[in-house]
Design a binder for this molecule. Structure first.
Ligand code: PLP
Length: 454
């Protein structure tokens, strides 16, 4: 166990990401000390199956030796160099070749960043630059969706349609429009079919576009499956119809593939699972199995050509980060992609995903506290409800999802609750028996919570 004084240091010094600060001062940190495949150990030595791959990141688990070796070799060869002013490095070139080989956009150009937020910010800057390049600088507004999470930088937070990302920051902007979340279970009208729901969403969005004026809107950003928004799987045809609508109004479609990218939904990219071609997409997290901070934006050739002309006219493209295309983060990501091919992450996501969804349905489909089990590929969400028939949620103050999350930990698994939705997003190296263990422990944790609620 970590020495008490070390815990006290964390409690007194650490302003934690996405954490209640006052509760942290009381309760202290949950310290993870080591990792072993899909397992992690806390500072008391307790072992957990990490059913969330950390923060939807650790595709290859928590101590992959090849990624460590790739980092070590690159550190020894060239530990730091930048990519401003025409500079490049072999690791970053190797990585780009691999990304381009699986990119649904071909030909494409690749811009590097360090986090999902930076990549999404970069997509917005690129969209504005593109619109200016074609003589339409007034196309500035961005459409996002209620419930979306796109990051924590100023623009990432603005794009996010989650109230706590805005409360007290004063970041609401008239330039961001939030469309309805494509979640039939919660947003559908009574008796509405999936197709009718998709139809309504597209019509509502069109009305929103016409009201704002298409010539004021640069782009729409969307995650194929809204992960942190509650693992929301859109209606079939939703994205194909969205794409047509946006094309009709000359609005770009930007896909946030930060969670969905690199196999999660059962294809290399979520856009392939939902059958649409974006104008740009952002990747991060799984790009390096989350081992080092790296992200990228993949840009279609059509956009790139306009951006390149504009950059040339401006005497240079005014965007980029010190660590864009960093050799060590690139080398680790390139090795991760090689391993993804070798272990067939796409095939694994499909097979393991079917197993996980079947196990979830078998264990929980009839549970009185379970309203909806959803997901695709190797990602799932379980929504808890107070009343299955009316779909009534628990009162937010009861923090039922958080109680289940704690009960999961007591039973040796780590999941994440977003309100009363429990998310599952295990590493691709998970074995079917471990998925069974995960689902069994989740079912027991829900039962523990039901008992404690009385
Ligand atoms: N986009 C999505 C869909 C995410 O889930 C996240 C993070 O969870 C981000 C963007 C932001 O990524 P980062 O935290 O690396 O900035």
């Amino acid at each position: 166990m970590l020495h008490n004084s070390a815990r006290a240091i964390d409690m007194s010094l650490h302003l934690h990401s996405q954490t209640d600060p006052r509760r942290h001062e009381q309760e202290g940190p949950f310290v993870i000390s080591s990792g072993d495949g899909v397992h992690v150990h806390d500072d008391t030595g307790k072992r957990y199956i990490e059913g969330m791959a950390g923060l939807w990141t650790a595709s290859l688990g928590f101590n992959d030796a090849r990624l460590a070796a790739a980092a070590g070799a690159q550190f020894a060869r060239l530990a730091n160099y930048h990519t401003f002013n025409h500079r490049s490095n072999e690791a970053c070139i190797d990585l780009m070749e691999q990304i381009a080989a699986i990119s649904p956009l071909a030909p494409c150009k690749i811009f590097f960043a360090n986090s999902g937020s930076e990549a999404n910010d970069s997509m917005i800057r690129l969209a504005w630059y593109y619109q200016a390049a074609r003589g339409m600088p007034h196309k500035r507004r961005i459409i996002s969706r209620q419930g979306a999470f796109h990051g924590s930088t100023v623009m990432g937070a603005l794009l996010s349609g989650l109230p706590h990302m805005h409360r007290s920051f004063g970041t609401n902007s008239d330039d961001i429009l939030y469309a309805t979340k494509p979640h039939l279970y919660r947003e559908g009208h009574e008796g509405e079919s999936e197709d009718d729901f998709a139809d309504r969403l597209i019509h509502e969005l069109e009305a929103m576009i016409l009201k704002a004026g298409p010539d004021t809107i640069a782009a729409m950003i969307a995650e194929p499956v809204m992960a942190a928004g509650g693992v929301i799987v859109p209606p079939r045809d939703y994205f194909a119809r969205l794409r047509q609508l946006l094309d009709r109004h000359d609005i770009l479609l930007l896909a946030d593939e930060v969670v969905c990218g690199f196999g999660r939904t059962g294809n290399w990219f979520g856009s392939q699972t939902f059958d649409f071609v974006p104008d740009m997409f952002s990747v991060a997290k799984g790009l390096s199995s989350g081992y080092l901070p790296i992200a990228a934006v993949v840009v279609s050739d059509r956009l790139y050509q306009a951006i390149a002309d504009e950059g040339h006219r401006n005497g240079g493209f005014g965007h980029g980060f010190t660590y864009s295309g960093h050799p060590v983060t690139s080398a680790v990501a390139a090795e991760a992609l090689r391993i993804y091919h070798e272990i067939d992450v796409v095939g694994r996501a499909r097979a393991l995903g079917s197993h996980m969804h079947a196990a979830l349905h078998e264990a929980l489909a009839d549970h009185p506290m379970v309203g909806e089990i959803r997901g695709v590929g190797l990602i799932a969400g379980v929504e808890l409800v107070a009343d299955r028939r009316t779909r009534q949620s628990f009162p937010a103050e009861a923090k039922v999802g958080a109680q289940v999350e704690r009960a999961c930990r007591a039973r040796g698994i780590i999941l994440r609750n977003m309100g009363d939705v429990l998310a599952l997003c295990p590493p691709y190296i998970v074995e079917p028996e471990q998925l069974d263990e995960l689902v069994h422990a989740l079912a027991l944790a829900i039962e523990d919570t039901r008992t404690s609620l009385g």
